[in-house]
Design a protein around this ligand. Structure first.
Ligand code: AMP
Ligand code: ZN
Length: 486
């Protein structure tokens, strides 16, 4: 790769030059949603951040295998084996099958990802689809001596593991420190140590999603699914593992312990964590009741919002902050983003109208490298956006005749805007898509009227009925034919 990329690694707590294990291939695993409710804007921030990373690595020429799982079983209300299963609880309340809940919220999640122009991962495995792999992993951890069984449940022995390894390696904390700061939680009467966590949980009779195993009819612990699925699709040692930073102390700490106990290898080289979207400085979270749904923003249907914001404005708002900084959500910040995004779009639209001159007042390759420099510095999207505003200033100046640009630099400027606005930031011109619609519809209406005039009623009816089916109604009057969106 020509560019030197630096990535902040939670594991070493510093920025390191990115070296792929097997270039040009890169394996990246990101913890996906638990599909028991709609994803909120906070969750979207994390997936937009990894979409940016996925897109930039691809832009650099890496072939990324991006695995982002769906948690469709085994995630209890608390992270430490306490409370009810989130999906089962929802299913009981709604009198539905757990997999009906899973289906509903997986479809909703995919819709939101598409609206925000978040690319689908290369593989999207589910926990329920990998119970066999999880059982095999538990067997290996038992064999290595770092787990024990009590009455049909299997627990990871943290203190024993820590005698030979460093359990708190990810957040740089030692075991004594962790022990004094941990409350006694679920399954405590069976656990040997307060930090031990469940690999397999024997199901109570009323539990809804269960599987047979050598230990009991039960279900796997939440942390195990990511260990088993990253191992299956990316191997024992891969490049990047990511998620929100709230996953560091428990979920990712336990994942590392499981993989090392099972296979003797640190699963990933680079641990990348996104910071939180906040509301008035507090983490946006469903349980705190301060979460916003993407659709509330797109429709403006929330009493706290002054107006609706388009999906691309929301995406731009998220990208204006570095993924490791907190970002506070509010009307003023959204309005500022809307203005900024419009400014960028206006310049982008003008680019095709620019005329090349013999001479050039600008050197776009310098600006192009500054865009790469921004992204090479731990995916610094706000600095990249500042460079793109500089590109916009150049576009506007050339358009207004205040600056000259030659053919070569103009071609490079077009390439810069396409690569960084469209391919890396994943922004698109929503207006343009809508603006094309009247032209396309008028063309179809003309075709249909031509068919009608030449008495080809089969074709004219086919067009009218076909449009009706996809949500457009044609109305004929003396003045001509009008179309409306139903
Ligand atoms: P969950 O469904 O709560 O497990 O969260 C799914 C993903 O969203 C995880 O990677 C979380 O770290 C992340 N996440 C949850 N809340 C926020 C937030 N307020 N801001 C950014 N990411 C979040
Ligand atoms: Zn995970």
């Amino acid at each position: 790769m020509e560019q030197k990329l630096f990535v902040y690694n939670t594991l070493t707590r510093k920025k390191e030059e990115f070296k792929a294990i097997n270039p040009p291939h890169v394996g990246m695993y990101v913890c996906g949603p638990t599909v028991y409710s709609d994803v909120h804007l906070g969750n979207c921030r994390t997936y937009i951040s990894f979409d940016l990373i996925f897109r930039y690595l691809s832009q650099l020429g890496y072939k990324v295998r991006y695995v982002r799982n769906i948690t469709d079983a085994g995630h209890l209300e608390g992270d430490a084996d306490e409370g009810e299963d989130k999906i089962a609880k929802k299913a009981k309340l709604a009198k539905l099958e757990p997999m009906e809940i899973v289906q509903k919220y997986t479809v909703g999640f995919h819709d939101v990802m598409e609206e925000l122009n978040i690319l689908p991962p290369s593989i999207e495995p589910t926990a329920t689809g990998h119970v066999i792999e999880q059982i095999e992993m538990i067997k290996q951890i038992l064999e290595s001596g770092y787990a024990y069984e009590v009455d049909g449940s299997v627990y990871f022995d943290v203190e024993k593991y820590n005698q030979n390894h460093d359990y708190g390696i990810l957040n740089g904390r030692n075991l004594d420190d962790l022990l004094t700061n941990t409350r006694a939680l679920g399954g405590q009467q069976e656990k040997r140590g307060r930090l031990d966590f469940a690999l397999w949980i024997k199901a109570k009779p009323e539990h809804l999603q269960t599987w047979p195993s050598p230990w009991s009819l039960g279900f796997p612990g939440w942390h195990l699914e990511c260990s088993a699925m990253s191992d299956k699709y990316l191997g024992q040692h891969f490049d990047i593992h990511g998620g929100g930073m709230d996953l560091v102390p428990t979920h990712h700490t336990n994942e590392i312990a499981q993989n090392i106990a099972c296979c003797g290898k640190m699963p990933a080289n680079y641990w990348v964590h996104t910071n939180m979207l906040t509301v008035n400085g507090q983490k946006m979270s469903k349980s705190l009741g301060n979460s916003f749904l993407p659709h509330e923003l797109f429709s403006g249907n929330n009493s706290i919002l002054n107006k609706p914001y388009s999906p691309m404005t929301v995406r731009f708002f998220m990208l204006q902050a570095h993924y490791r900084s907190t970002l506070d959500f509010g009307n003023e910040a959204m309005e500022a983003s809307e203005k900024g995004f419009k400014r960028l779009l206006n310049a982008w639209e003008l680019i095709d109208k620019l005329k090349a001159s013999e001479k050039s007042d600008v050197e776009i390759n310098l600006l192009m490298q500054r865009c790469y420099d921004a992204m090479n510095d731990d995916f610094n999207s706000p600095v990249l956006i500042a460079e793109l505003f500089e590109a916009s200033r150049i576009i506007n100046s050339v358009h207004d005749g205040k600056m000259k640009i030659d053919q070569q630099n103009l071609a490079l400027l077009k390439q810069l805007m396409k690569s960084f606005v469209q391919d890396v930031l994943g922004l698109k011109n929503e207006q343009a898509a809508d603006d094309d619609l009247p032209q396309v519809m008028n063309f179809i209406v003309d075709l249909r009227n031509e068919a009608k005039q030449s008495k080809d009623y089969a074709t004219s009816d086919k067009i009218r009925d076909g449009l009706q089916k996809i949500g457009f109604q044609l109305k004929d009057s003396k003045e001509g034919t009008n179309w409306t969106k139903i």
